[in-house]
Design a protein around this ligand. Structure first.
Ligand SMILES: [Mn+2]
Length: 363
């Protein structure tokens, strides 16, 4: 290697010092061009290697759209980079279905909370018996208490319509969950069919609806009054008296409330390192970390009560309270008896039986 560079340097200077020795110069020129060719080859190899390493790094930090085993394997190393401050949040670009018919935000009437005990309940998922057992354990009284559900009243359990009926009878509040939303969209589509709700061309079904799901069958069976009840539940419920928001999944702290995506509000669990929300559990970090971080620096902090994240279970932080303790997968149904003095808040749970329809939590 030493002689290789010396040879190049020698010829560089030697060209001037030994011009009279023609054949030596000619021989050296050949050697020099051969050496330069080797240098160019090595440079190309190094640049290719550098490019490969850079593109590999980009892939592992941004992640693909599908969860794979390699995502799980890489999660430890990824979490290190994701513990640093992510770039500014982005909302998902999922289009809103024309059958969504959602109310973006409502404010809980002050009259409902002035003299009443406020009770928040996590994702019921059609578990009517368990809901009734919880109400009994809470010593619930319609005149003294007001119930607020975190959404996903429907799907997975055996009596989703029964749960909706009960929620309507009790005059309870709720936000819309991702499963409730699927029922609403199916119902909206079926209602749009002019002649017969039972028949449709497979090709005419919007891409965001899956045929043969329990959401479709619920939409076929739901009565008009229960559909109206579902429609009345907003994506965000504002309770300004207690600086509370209720949503099904989550909110991003650095995007104005009205600009947040309905899909994200009902589906997100984590935020990836590039600021994009995701419903996947193994990518990025919990959205609530970003929310808590932002509220701790805010002069007017807001607390969010939410559901949806059964895999994390009851998840209590200073400015976020996750209430989905997995009734939809046979674990528990949890209620929070609110008190503006957070140290006096109480949690009450009942056991849930394993549901007949066992959808994945990730949905
Ligand atoms: Mn959900």
């Amino acid at each position: 290697m030493k002689s290789f560079f010396r040879r190049i340097l020698y010829v560089e200077g030697g060209g001037r010092r030994n011009q009279s020795i023609q054949d030596k110069v000619s021989f050296s020129a050949k050697r020099r061009s051969k050496d330069l060719f080797i240098i160019v080859c090595i440079s190309i190899l190094l640049l290719t290697l550098l490019y490969f390493l850079l593109s590999l790094n980009t892939f592992t930090t941004s992640g693909g759209s599908d969860a794979t085993n390699s995502d799980k394997i890489n999660s430890d190393s990824k979490n290190k980079s994701e513990n640093s401050q992510p770039s500014k949040s982005k909302i998902s670009t999922k289009e809103i279905s024309p059958y969504s018919n959602h109310i973006f935000m409502s404010t809980l009437p002050s009259s409902l909370i002035s003299d009443k005990r406020l009770i928040f309940i996590g994702d019921v998922h059609g578990a009517l018996k368990e809901l009734d057992a919880l109400l009994e354990k809470l010593d619930f009284s319609p005149t003294n208490d007001h119930l607020i559900f975190t959404g996903d009243l429907c799907a997975k359990g055996s009596d989703s319509l029964g749960v909706l009926r009960r929620v309507r009878e009790l005059g309870a509040s709720s936000v819309r969950g991702n499963h409730d939303d699927k029922v609403v969209r199916w119902k909206g589509f079926l209602k749009s069919l002019e002649v017969d709700n039972k028949e449709f061309e497979v090709n005419s079904v919007p891409k965001d609806l899956k045929i043969g799901t329990e959401h479709e069958s619920m939409a076929r069976d739901i009565t008009e009054d229960l559909y109206e009840t579902l429609l009345s539940f907003p994506l965000i419920l504002d309770i300004p008296e207690y600086n509370l928001y209720v949503v099904h999944a989550g909110l991003l702290p650095d995007i104005p409330l009205t600009d947040q995506s309905p899909f994200d509000i009902m589906n997100m669990r984590n935020v990836k390192s590039d600021g994009t929300p995701t419903k996947q559990k193994h990518k990025g970090r919990g959205w609530f970390d970003l929310w808590n971080q932002a509220q701790s620096q805010s002069g007017n902090p807001r607390t969010i009560i939410y559901g949806h994240d059964a895999s994390r279970g009851l998840h209590i932080k200073k400015y976020t309270i996750g209430l989905d303790s997995g009734c939809g997968s046979g674990r528990e149904l949890t209620a929070l008896i609110w008190n503006k003095d957070r140290s006096k808040c109480k949690f009450v749970s009942v056991k849930c039986s394993r549901p007949k329809v066992n959808l994945e939590d990730s949905d």
